[in-house]
Design a protein around this ligand. Structure first.
Ligand code: NAD
Ligand code: LMR
Length: 328
């Protein structure tokens, strides 16, 4: 029996993410929680003929607690998305509170669950969850993940497109480390598998496109929100990888923004420096993070990108930590 809970399940990401999770046969119970519309989404999805039982929950009748009880994984796409002209950090004031309250409920009702944070700004909301869990005395850093899979998915697509091979996108694996916002997203194109052969200006163009891929969607949606469908794809892929490693005996490696200070950054220590959180390749196992994957040697140009990312991440992380501490 494997139970998965989506918090924010009626939203732009939440609905297609729940749909994709319903297609996974490793999940037997799918709990969909939102402050609005979750029961309708749940009944709709429940008609799909895959094994999991689907239940929708609203805040009344202890809905949040009931959606979390006995769950193995909580995926959190709850919160407001960007509009044109906004940064992810502009979402902090609203979303940090939503994520904090969700984390408090998880600490009480599902303290051993894997927790996957999608709500932006991920660079700060993941430290918010960590701080809440520390205060509640239930923090297991190996079970807390900031979802940065969309950056990896975009990189493989954009590199393939630049190569004139749009149908082969899945063939490209590009390490994407750092955080999940603009210049904190650091693509290490020099370590792409298979190797790519663009000139320096084309490489710089692709790096920018990966870093600001989210803005492309925000602009195209013209006030209608940010990436939802590609995010649902990426979020479902990551969630299912975590579950397959924990319950299906199939370990894999995915990039994720994790507590590298508590877990250890391994070969990435030099790149991570004194930062507490960083996205690195994570080998997933029965208890979440099993180990951190190997690190390529960055080029001089990539070293510069990493330095910019480190400086910004430091402030983003402190902001999340302070948000919980001033709450005392
Ligand atoms: P949305 O507005 O369409 O959906 C958000 C949902 O959250 C809504 O249904 C809303 O009712 C619900 N919600 C609000 N407060 C809640 C609470 N306290 N408890 C439970 N549910 C609550 O937004 P969206 O487009 O789905 O985006 C959601 C978040 O995901 C945004 O913060 C966005 O920036 C972020 N995002 C992250 C990534 C990533 O790569 N990590 C990618 C895309 C979007
Ligand atoms: C993305 O990368 O698409 C998300 O973080 C949403 C956004 O605000 O761009």
């Amino acid at each position: 029996m494997v139970k998965a809970t989506v918090i924010g399940a009626a939203g732009g990401i939440g609905q297609p993410l729940s749909l994709l999770l319903k297609q996974s046969t490793i999940i037997t119970d799918l709990a969909l929680y939102d402050v609005v519309n979750a029961p309708g989404v749940a009944v709709d999805i429940s008609h799909i003929d895959t094994p999991s039982v689907v239940q929708g929950y609203l805040p009344d009748n202890d809905g949040l607690a009931n959606s979390l009880k006995g769950t193995d994984i909580v995926v959190i796409p709850a919160g407001v998305p960007r509009k044109p002209g906004m940064t992810r950090d502009d979402l902090f004031n609203i979303n940090a509170g939503i994520v904090r309250d969700t984390a408090i409920a998880i600490a009480t009702h599902a303290p051993k669950a894997f927790v996957l944070v999608i709500s932006n700004p991920v660079n700060s909301t993941v430290p918010v969850v960590a701080e809440v869990f520390k205060k509640k005395g239930i923090y297991d850093p190996k079970r807390l993940f900031g979802v940065t899979t969309l950056d990896v998915v975009r990189a493989s697509t954009f590199v393939s497109e630049a190569n004139g091979e749009p149908t082969k996108s899945l063939d490209y694996s590009v390490p994407i480390v750092g955080g999940h916002s603009g210049e904190t997203i650091v693509p290490l194109l020099s370590a792409s598998q298979p190797a790519i052969k663009f000139d320096a200006s084309k490489q710089a163009e692709i790096v920018k496109r990966i870093q600001f891929g989210g803005d492309e969607v925000v602009k195209a949606k013209a006030g209608g929100g940010s990436a939802t469908l590609s995010m649902a794809y990426a979020g479902a892929r990551f969630a299912i990888s975590v579950l397959e490693a924990a319950f299906g005996g199939k370990s894999s490696t995915e990039y994720s923004y994790i507590d590298v200070k508590a877990i250890g950054a391994g070969e990435w220590s030099g790149v991570v420096g004194s930062l507490d959180f960083f996205s690195v390749p994570v080998k997933l196992g029965k208890s979440g993070v099993e180990s951190v994957g190997s690190a390529p040697k960055p080029t001089a140009e990539e070293e510069k990108l990493l330095k910019v990312a480190q400086d910004q991440l430091s402030g983003n992380i402190s902001k999340g930590v302070q948000f919980v501490s001033i709450d005392d």
